[in-house]
Design a protein around this ligand. Sequence first.
Ligand SMILES: [Zn+2]
Length: 325
Amino acid sequence: MAMIDVVLGVDIGGTNTKYGLVDRGGKSIAQTSIPTNAHEPAANLIDRLHDGFTAMLSPLKATHVLRGIGMGAPNANFFRGTVENPPNLSWKGVVPVADMMRSHYDVPVALTNDANAAALGEMLYGAAKGMKNFIVITLGTGLGSGIVAAGELVYGADGFAGEIGHTMVDPDGRECGCGQRGHLETYASATGLCRTVGELLAMRRDDSPLRSVPPKDLTSRIVADAANAGDPIACEAFEVTGEILGMKLADSVAHLSPEAIILFGGLAAAGPLIFEPTARSLEEHLLPIFKNKVRLLPSALREGDTAVLGAAALIWNELLKQQKP
Ligand SMILES: [Zn+2]
């Protein structure tokens, strides 16, 4: 019987690290998750990953062969295979994560940030199949982005291209996690939406079920539920968020002329509440030559698998490139 080629996809998050085996067609063979233990050194996580993965692979050894390892992590540098001063992990300085994995496995290892991995996941298995120019925006705690131009992920000169979340909306605006002010992710993210709700509640006197939610407990899901039940504050918060996001995506279209922009992540799960105002604002701010051409699409990756699939797509993409003459 022919052996089945698989890769290991690993997604290192601030709380959990997910990993799994994925075949060439994007089928998940096995998947699990371990705590990242973000306060411990990286070597501890890599050792635990190695143990878990050995246990995962051993019953499959007779039928499956490991071809490569793809990894997604915050502040990951594709060129150097390093994670550099990650915001949600206490790892200090520049950590050679790819080399640490290579010390355990004699297969190609590739590492990039989670938004870039998501973009490759959409290109190989999701909403961007067959596309050569598109942008994936991840709307979670922050705003991440992965850009594909002419069929290639854009890494830029030093591997960090695509920080659309840290482009400017208002120089005197909200404080951003990066230390500057008024960046896009302070408005267009799950956190940004909740900040907008807080501002609207302070400015308005309208009754709203959101008034009884302590600010620290507010989530984009709660705001979406309130908006779907007709709460005007929640509805306006989505309008404001979509307006700002659409305006800045029009900037990105001017830079890149993509055929589609794919919205992904927790806030994108709010569906029409976020897609409609974003699409309207995007069209409004586009240069005439781009109007009615750029599609705004939801992710087509299976929820729950997306991070591991994206990391797997990263290494499949590298392996496919090596096969080309
Ligand atoms: Zn910023």
